[in-house]
Design a protein around this ligand. Structure first.
Ligand SMILES: [Fe+2]
Ligand SMILES: [Fe+2]
Length: 180
């Protein structure tokens, strides 16, 4: 019952989505309609799974608890993580705008920027922030955070979370099939 494990697991799924998003580029030349549909599903995944389920746990629960333990974090790495999340939201909106106007190359360039920034962000959290979190909290504090994470998923909807992961697998399979 370690909440940090939950976050590592979510990161692994988000990294998977990044790989799928990069693969989607190959559809542009082949089939615009399929590209558009795939991108819309991926944007939905990033908005709901990455932002609502995952960033929500960090922003509403983990980071504030870390700041309580060490005030210096609030203006340091934790602040940086909050700013990254905000940038990600803006980048997703920009990608969607490009898709809506049919500017697929621009959408793909912005997606590339987004996925690079997202992978860098995940690396900082995995290598720095989460390791720090594990040293800041004792067993019972970690357990409390774990249960708050569970509540958080329940509030947003556990079934929807599972569905999003299954949908990601389907997109991945479809992309592999279309390239065979
Ligand atoms: Fe984050
Ligand atoms: Fe994260």
């Amino acid at each position: 019952m370690n909440p940090i494990t939950t976050l590592y697991q979510e990161h692994a799924i988000i990294v998977d989505a990044v790989e799928v998003a990069r693969e989607a580029e190959k559809l542009i030349e082949k089939d615009n309609e399929a590209y558009l549909q795939t991108m819309k599903l991926l944007l939905h995944f990033f908005r709901v799974y990455s932002d609502q389920y995952h960033h929500h746990k960090e922003e509403e629960i983990l980071f504030p608890e870390m700041n309580k333990k060490n005030e210096l974090l609030e203006d340091g790495v934790v602040k940086e993580m909050f700013e990254n999340h905000e940038d990600f939201r803006n980048m997703i909106n920009t990608i969607e705008n490009h898709l809506n106007t049919g500017e697929y190359v621009k959408a793909q360039q912005q997606l590339q920027n987004y996925t690079e920034a997202l992978l860098d962000h995940i690396a900082v959290e995995n290598d720095e922030v989460f390791q720090m979190a594990e040293t800041l909290f004792d067993e019972s504090e970690l357990e409390r955070i774990y249960f708050r994470f569970e509540d958080c998923d329940r509030e947003i909807g556990e079934q929807q979370k599972t569905d999003l992961v299954n949908q990601l697998r389907e997109i991945k399979a479809t992309l592999m099939y279309s390239q065979a």
